[in-house]
Ligand binder design. Structure first.
Ligand code: TA6
Length: 294
């Protein structure tokens, strides 16, 4: 289907009305809706949808570099390249509950090889399950023929839609070590209870559990993030002041978004030729009962 600015997108639909949308530009998931047609991901109304600007919101893919941990452009180049549909994906055990899926593929261009001189194949499967869960499976393979290994960092930079950031809490990260991006990436240990939000936050939680929950009290909804192959988790909200410096983000939008990003950052991934890495993200959204986690 044609998306914004004529960019190609794929729409996945599940029989009970749930859906997801993926742009070939960036291999970028921009929408995930539940059976009531409610949007579960935040997408900026000021998102630009024009290369080379990555799309603000949804699920940007950060590869081969998270943030500016290295010499490449921030968050790497995968999120602003045109991906193709993978017509012959390698056999990938389809999650038995998946009803609709699409396979995308990114290979480096000649220009990409000038800035990052490694041949790779990045295969992304986006699948929508019968319970409405959204699964992203990334398989990255070193296809260098000259014996060169490569090293990368990675993140699914997911923007969740929340009703009021001050009413949100994140469970599963308490007592963990983190690097604070607002304090020169110094290392600290999280104290106390669930994470709540009252100012700018930009933290990389290290070696987290595979399950993280985002409780939206006002919406009575809990997002459950499950991750595999992705040791770390980034939590980001720009809050008011920093939002104003981000042109494609509405000034007040920080109240309605929260990034919780399954990532591999502290321990970089190294692949020798022929080796493949797999990183899987599963998102579900469930009604939360009053007692849940409280
Ligand atoms: O994941 C958090 C972060 O790295 C922040 O430091 C912030 O800059 C954000 O990502 C957005 O980055 P972007 O390049 O998409 O503007």
């Amino acid at each position: 289907a044609k998306g914004i600015n004529g960019l190609e997108k794929i729409v996945l639909r599940e029989s009970r009305g749930r859906s997801a949308e993926v742009y070939l530009y960036g291999g970028h998931v921009t929408s995930w809706k539940n059976e009531n047609g409610e949007e579960l991901l935040y997408l900026s109304s000021k998102a630009i949808f024009k290369p080379p600007k990555p799309i603000r919101g949804g699920i940007p893919l950060c590869f081969p570099q998270f943030s500016n941990f290295g010499s490449l452009e921030s968050h790497g180049f995968a999120r602003n390249r045109l991906w193709e549909i993978d017509a012959s994906p390698p056999p990938l055990p389809l999650n038995s509950s998946s009803t609709a899926f699409v396979d995308l593929l990114l290979r480096p261009s000649e220009d990409d090889l000038k800035t990052w001189p490694y041949n790779f194949e990045f295969r992304l499967r986006v699948a929508l399950g019968t319970e409405g869960e959204l699964t992203l499976t990334s398989r990255i393979r070193n296809t260098n023929s000259d014996g060169k290994p490569f090293t990368f960092t990675f993140a699914y930079h997911t923007y969740f839609s929340v009703s009021d950031i001050s009413e949100v809490r994140v469970e599963g990260l308490e007592t963990l070590d983190y690097l604070d991006n607002l304090k020169n990436r110094e290392r600290f240990t999280e104290q106390g209870d669930a994470i709540t939000f009252e100012s700018e936050i930009d933290k990389i939680y290290l070696s987290t559990p595979t399950k993280i929950a985002i409780l939206d009290h006002e919406k009575k909804r809990t997002f459950v993030v499950r991750k595999d192959g992705l040791a770390d988790a980034v939590v980001w909200n720009p809050w008011d002041k920093r939002s104003k410096t981000i042109a494609d983000l509405g000034d007040e939008d920080y109240k309605h978004m929260l990034c919780v990003e399954a990532a591999a950052i502290e321990r970089q991934i190294t692949l020798k030729p022929g080796e493949e890495w797999k990183g899987r993200l599963e998102l579900s959204a469930v009604p939360s009962s009053y007692s849940s986690g409280q």
